[in-house]
Design a protein around this ligand. Structure first.
Ligand code: C5P
Length: 222
């Protein structure tokens, strides 16, 4: 079989990484979580006390940073300059700042360059916001995952409770809606469905249902 590229885009907490990981595993493909790269940069910038509105500062930090995504049993390890930041990049301070960092044109250009390099051998499942539109415009399979804000907040809340993380449903709803708005309305590579992407509304679907639909699309292309 030929090794194809699979692009999975969609709004915050739509279940992209969950299904992308499973699809990658079933195909023995590499999984690349591009959101983790933006999160790692945001984490570092916050730690340095950088002004997140300054494009020159942010691109400077990024050009001096090594962000590595390594496969692991639990999904993916994120190494920032050799340090494991897998857990830290999910902190709410990072989650609530990342869309500001991701607005900068030069930051996006450098991230896209790195992501295209990671995908250059094919056999990848990549998830994010602009994969089908900008990073891998020629991906053989493009999926756009959707779910209502309500449903996404409930899923994230349940996940937090299971992990023993403090969680408030109303707060989550507001944060998800705010991030969607910033990501969809930004000037550079906003969150939008690629013309040739297949839209899947996951609101009333199980993880398995979504995986099966994507695998069916893959089978048509390989
Ligand atoms: O996917 P995740 O929710 O971890 O992404 C975090 C943030 O990174 C998004 O809200 C968005 O601002 C940014 N992002 C992006 N382009 C991508 C992936 C993520 O702008 N390809």
């Amino acid at each position: 079989d030929k090794k194809i590229s699979i692009a999975i885009d969609g709004p915050a907490a739509a279940g992209k990484s969950t299904v992308a990981k499973i699809v990658a595993e079933q195909l023995s493909y590499i999984y690349i979580d591009t959101g983790a790269m933006y999160r790692a940069l945001t984490y570092k910038a916050l730690k340095m006390g950088a002004d997140l509105d300054r494009e020159d500062t942010l691109i400077g930090i990024l050009l001096n940073s090594e962000i590595k995504l390594l496969p692991s049993d639990s999904g993916q390890l994120v190494l920032l300059d050799g340090e494991d930041v897998t857990k830290e990049i999910r902190y709410s301070k990072v989650t609530n700042s990342v869309s500001i960092v991701a607005m900068h044109r030069q930051v996006r250009a450098e991230m896209v360059r790195r992501q295209q390099e990671l995908a250059s051998f094919g056999g990848v499942v990549m998830d994010g916001r602009d994969i089908g539109t900008h990073v891998l415009p020629k991906a053989e399979v493009k999926v756009f995952l959707l779910a209502s804000v309500e449903e996404r907040a409930i899923r994230r809340h349940t996940e937090n409770v299971q992990k023993g993380i403090d969680s408030d449903l109303e707060t989550l709803k507001n944060e998800i809606a705010r991030r969607d708005k910033l990501d969809s309305e930004r000037e550079v590579a906003p969150l939008v469905k690629a013309e040739d992407a297949v839209e899947i509304d996951t609101t009333s679907l199980s993880i398995n249902d979504v995986v099966e639909r994507i695998m069916a699309l893959v089978e048509e292309r390989v």
